[in-house]
Design a protein around this ligand. Sequence first.
Ligand SMILES: NC(=O)c1ccc[n+]([C@@H]2O[C@H](COP(=O)([O-])OP(=O)(O)OC[C@H]3O[C@@H](n4cnc5c(N)ncnc54)[C@H](O)[C@@H]3O)[C@@H](O)[C@H]2O)c1
Length: 408
Amino acid sequence: MDKIAVIGLGYVGLPLARLLATKYPVLGYDLSQERVVALKKGHDATLEVSQALLESVLNTKESPKGLTLSHEARSLEGHDVFIITVPTPVDDQKAPDLSALTQASLTVGGYLKKGAVVVYESTVYPGATEEVCLPILEKASGLKYNTDFYLGYSPERINPGDKTRSIEDIMKVTSGSTPEVAQKIDQLYGSVITAGTYMAPSIKVAEAAKVIENAQRDINIAFVNELKQIFDLMQIDTNEVLAAAKTKWNFLDFYPGLVGGHCIVVDPYYLAHKAKQLGHDPQVILSGRRVNDSMAEYHGKKIIEMLKTSALDPSNSRILVLGLSFKANVPDLRNSKVIDLIDYLKCRCMTVEVLDPMVEAHAAQALCGFDLESMEHCLGTEYDLVVHAVGHDAFKELKFYTKFDYRW
Ligand SMILES: NC(=O)c1ccc[n+]([C@@H]2O[C@H](COP(=O)([O-])OP(=O)(O)OC[C@H]3O[C@@H](n4cnc5c(N)ncnc54)[C@H](O)[C@@H]3O)[C@@H](O)[C@H]2O)c1
């Protein structure tokens, strides 16, 4: 039985390692000792894997399958399949930051043995696996590509916070550097993904398929965000327009909102980067980004306008923002545009309070420099305006004292 190592135990890596461990011996390796120590105790701060599910695969030493966790690179020794699930953010210039990917490749390269397969799951631009990661693996291992070791790419498509579609319920795209390896990788994923697999004809096709999923979503949301701005000028309710329009079978179901997180606001830049490198100016992709990135300020201005037209002085108003994370039912603050909206309001309003029971207080303090309010405090306080920023289930059925509600 192949020994599998999953490198990077975040939103993507941990659910995958847990699932594979139900059938195979799996090493979960992460640079962060803190993360590994918490996981060993059954605590997943991303809330993607429950304690019971995690513990059900941990500590099965007497069994050939199960999950072992480590923050020490030497534990990678002796593995046959390496699956790399490390972050691929953008830098300050919105250019791909491949440093975690190249670092992970360097580490894995040091432990490659003949016959090993390295599968990348991190989102990249088409070509990155073979152009950027492959040379690092070859150099670090001294082994020859497609003779001594092989590559694969299988993009992750999980939807954090979505408890109805777990990793095994989402069809997985697979690919490999030779037909035989592609088959082997496809069978490996097929053995745990109940929704099945789709074997792409090449690594580049699989890379491209992933990056366009999120770029397409970004553009579609940008379109409805632009509609929102137009219909606001016409004093038409955008959600009412969308409800009417979607009665046609081929009208796409998207809603206006703040677009944040680690994927949709990042991946289009990966595609744009590669396009520009090849001399193409990706106008649609980047205009979608611009529209979505402008929405926090747009809503900030609308909120101030709403207060003023209601004869409320913003500099004397008390506002409550419901939700801080980048989307509903997750604690993830990465690229949350609610933070931009709060910054905008804080410069103009007397009091802006924030409630988010999903987010850990220290994470909000570390990233944003303010404290979250308690549920008890917010339910007992009278506000001028409540911004319904993130639709966490925990907010359903709750009633806050407020003169106005603001929704997008
Ligand atoms: N979060 C999502 O919803 C989602 C969905 C699909 C695809 N993706 C893609 O999957 C990849 C991973 O995203 P994520 O959200 O799981 O990231 P994450 O930040 O949640 O987790 C990454 C983990 O990797 C660890 N790590 C970083 N560098 C490492 C290294 N060199 N060696 C070992 N461990 C290392 C970090 O400590 C962290 O625990 C990204 O490319 C992302 O675009 C994410």
